[in-house]
Ligand binder design. Structure first.
Ligand SMILES: [Mg+2]
Length: 143
C-alpha cells in the first residue's frame, strides 16, 4: 500500500511540483491550498497517514490548522514546512503535536525520509492501541 500523504500549502505551483515528485516516488498524494481545504478533505474520510503542512498561509495559518487536525485526528502525523522567517512557528508546532519540521526548499530525500518516519510512528501507535484493546477484552473475559 502506498503511503498516503496530504500536502497543504498556499503556493499552488509548489504544491503541484511536490505532488508530482512524491507521486513519482510511489506515494499517494492529496493536496490542499489552505487549512480549511485540508480539513474538508480529511472530513471527507480520506485515509491520510501523514500531513505536510505549510506554516505560513493566509486565513487559517499552519499552527491553527495543526491544532484542528490534532483535535479531530490525534493519530495523524504532521510535518511542518517552514521558511527561515517562521522557524519559531514550526518549533511551536512541535509543541502542539507536530512530528517534525522541514525547512523550505527541502531535499526530496529528506522529505521522503521524514514521511516514512512519521508513517512508521503512526502505524506503531495504532498497533499499540489495537494490542491494548485486545488485551483489555481478554482481561474482561478472564482468559
Ligand atoms: Mg505559505
Amino acid at each position: 500500500m502506498p503511503t498516503r500523504v496530504l500536502l497543504v500549502d498556499d503556493e499552488q505551483a509548489f504544491v503541484s511540483t511536490m505532488a508530482k515528485r512524491l507521486g513519482k516516488r510511489g506515494l499517494k498524494v492529496y493536496t490542499a491550498n489552505s487549512g480549511q481545504e485540508a480539513l474538508d478533505l480529511l472530513a471527507g474520510g480520506e485515509n491520510v497517514e501523514v500531513v505536510i503542512l505549510d506554516v505560513k498561509m493566509p486565513g487559517m495559518d499552519g499552527i491553527e490548522t495543526l491544532q484542528a487536525i490534532k483535535a479531530g485526528y490525534p493519530l495523524l502525523e504532521v510535518v511542518m514546512l517552514t521558511g527561515h522567517a517562521t522557524v519559531e512557528s514550526a518549533i511551536e508546532g512541535m509543541r502542539h503535536g507536530a512530528f517534525d519540521y522541514l525547512m523550505k526548499p527541502c531535499e526530496m530525500d529528506v522529505l521522503l525520509s521524514k514521511i516514512s518516519q512519521a508513517q512508521s510512528k503512526k502505524a506503531a501507535h495504532e498497533t499499540k492501541i489495537l494490542e491494548a484493546r485486545a488485551q483489555n477484552i481478554a482481561l474482561r473475559r478472564g482468559d
